[in-house]
Design a binder for this molecule. Sequence first.
Ligand code: SF4
Length: 329
Amino acid sequence: MSGTNINSTTMNVTDIAESISEEEALSLLKPERRAELRERAHETTEKFVEKRFDFCSIINARSGRCTENCKWCAQSAHWKTGCETYGWVGTDACVKAAKEAAANGADRIGIVTSGRCLSPEDVDSVCAALREMRKAEPEIGLCASLGLLSEKDLAKLKDAGLNRIHCNLEAAPSLFPKLCTTHTTADKLATIRAARRLGFQICCGGIIGMGETDEQLVEFAFALRETAPDSIPVNVLHPIKGTPLYERGVLDPERVVDAVALLRLVNPSTPLRFAGGRRDMSDETAAKCIYVGMSAGIAGPLLTTPGADYDDDRSLAAKAGYAVRAKRR
Ligand code: SF4
């Protein structure tokens, strides 16, 4: 199994001391060990995870027309999906999104743009929006998912008030080349490393249900651990008509729970965040995911699919003993 070994010196001490070996993780995915996998993940959650459910909101600030060929994505220009397409939404829309997120009790608002990367003009536009968002909502965390970024772009964004960078590995490094050929895991790691050097928090996760084997699920969990993330968004493939992964269908809910449990055991204290695919899940499955380790969410609309209902997840989190930031209205 490949290791990405990006920055283990920044890994949380708890994560180093308490996580399991790759062999043990793989063994726990055997059907006869399912109950043990889930109980161990629950115990780890109880022991190491902060009992406060953290919520982000996002704004889809540039949609579609993407040059990249990610097989799962509605926004790629390579597939005919009929997804909504538009250019940069502008500062006012970002400020409005920040205000709505804060009113809903979100901890953070993320600006998300489609595309491989940003032009220098795009970076300036995002920086201008960040400055106004900070003025309008001094307390809210500012995150962004802007594709591949150079250290120079990242420094400008930091100066404009950005706290956190989102850049998903998406899948195990051994699977990624079968899902996308226009950029690589190494490209993503270069952005993550540069962001880490500049002191950004890192949000790094991916999508389950894209054909990963047990071995690749374990590989993915360990690859994430090596990025030392501050948050791991766990998307479940929402099959989009027109994309090459449409035929895969929706992942078995019990496999989703097992995958969350595995991610928790490998990353004992990192927030695991509900993301895409939450709406395809029953509340019963979502509650099982929280039991085995999911401890954060994205509220409100996602990019091309509806997101979780903020109140549903707030209530599930509260039932599981998590505190949640109150709504402002
Ligand atoms: S995942 Fe991002 S880079 Fe890949 S096609 Fe979609 S918008 Fe483009």
